[in-house]
Ligand binder design. Structure first.
Ligand SMILES: Cc1cc2nc3c(=O)[nH]c(=O)nc-3n(C[C@H](O)[C@H](O)[C@H](O)COP(=O)(O)OP(=O)(O)OC[C@H]3O[C@@H](n4cnc5c(N)ncnc54)[C@H](O)[C@@H]3O)c2cc1C
Length: 284
């Protein structure tokens, strides 16, 4: 299908981009990699009168790593993450998850900011952002603000971003040495969106028990979610076969997935328990 008609702007500063969005009061859309927006235009799910291309904004395509953690500029592409050898140590869970994103062509174009703004409940980056307590730096006509990922996702394709706001950076807290982690995903074909996936990590204490457990799931709700009841099973426990079995059961009990063309709700509920089980086995 042909795209609907729209005007196009390619500003060179963030302030100019925000001004354009604000002037159109919800009738303009940011264009990043275009891998979700262009199909939405083609299907008339979106028909803005203006596209504001971010590609000439400098500094938004950088990956910065320091003692505070990893900062991904909004225009960092999937390929940039997979090609950055520093991330194997600085955030191995991020790398493990992004390996599952889409196919070569899409990985060369799609951006982290676009993925988070698009808020597909089966997408990996929003899931990692929630599982890892990420913060999203955004700038709009009212200035800059920082939104915790857990407060950002409202429901499928809906976030707390206002129409004039642009995501500039995703901040992932520092990854300590010794942290145990696992990421498991099931999709119909490699590179497809997840039917269900799980991201887990914990920091073993001196006695070998799990502390600071984080369990995030995607594909089994209208947004990526952390599962507090599962984290409660893990915290203070040795991650052995019994704990893992209890965590898997708690996972299936904690989610309320919808049925769709790909899988029934019951299948997804069972599958996500298996994803957590496998991720914990990998972590342990
Ligand atoms: C065939 C196919 C398979 C795919 N498989 C997967 C997959 O397995 N996993 C996965 O996670 N994704 C998958 N994707 C989506 C892909 O990862 C996209 O890159 C991503 O969803 C959107 O990023 P983008 O840069 O292309 O954003 P765009 O398409 O340019 O924009 C998407 C939305 O975000 C808004 N936006 C973009 N950037 C910003 C910003 N900085 N601030 C505010 N709003 C912004 C746009 O206005 C638009 O509403 C797939 C896409 C296709 C076409």
């Amino acid at each position: 299908m042909k795209l609907p008609a729209f005007d196009y702007a390619c500003p060179t500063t963030l302030a100019e981009a925000v001004t354009l969005l604000a002037a159109h009061d919800g009738d303009a859309k940011v264009l990043a990699g275009g891998q979700s927006l262009v199909p939405m235009l083609a299907f008339r799910v979106a028909s803005p009168s203006l596209l504001v291309d971010l590609r000439k904004l400098s500094g938004l395509d950088e990956i910065r790593i320091d003692a505070s953690g990893v900062r991904l500029g909004a225009l960092v592409r999937w390929r940039d993450i997979l090609d950055d050898a520093r991330l194997a140590r600085a955030h191995p869970l991020l790398v493990a998850a992004i390996r599952h994103v889409a196919h070569y062509q899409i990985r060369n174009r799609g951006t982290v900011g676009g993925s988070v703004a698009h808020a597909d409940p089966a997408a990996e980056m929003p899931g990692i952002a929630v599982a890892c307590d990420a913060e999203l730096a955004v700038t709009g006509k009212g200035g800059a603000r920082v939104i915790p990922a857990q407060e950002f996702f409202v429901s499928a394709l809906t976030t707390t971003l206002t129409p004039d706001e642009i995501i500039t950076e995703i901040r992932l807290p520092a990854w300590p040495a010794g942290r145990r982690f696992g990421f498991e995903e099931f999709a119909l074909r490699r590179g497809d969106f997840a039917i269900a996936a799980a991201a887990v990590f914990y920091d073993p204490d001196a006695a070998g028990r799990a502390a600071n457990a984080h369990v995030g799931v995607i594909g089994v709700g209208d947004r990526p979610t952390r599962l507090a009841p599962v984290e409660a099973v893990l915290n203070g426990a040795r991650i052995d076969a019994d704990t893992i079995a209890r965590a898997a059961a708690a996972t299936s009990a904690a989610v309320t997935p919808q049925a769709d063309i790909h899988a029934s709700a019951a299948y997804r509920r069972s599958l996500v328990g298996t994803m957590v089980e496998r991720a914990l086995l990998a972590a342990a």
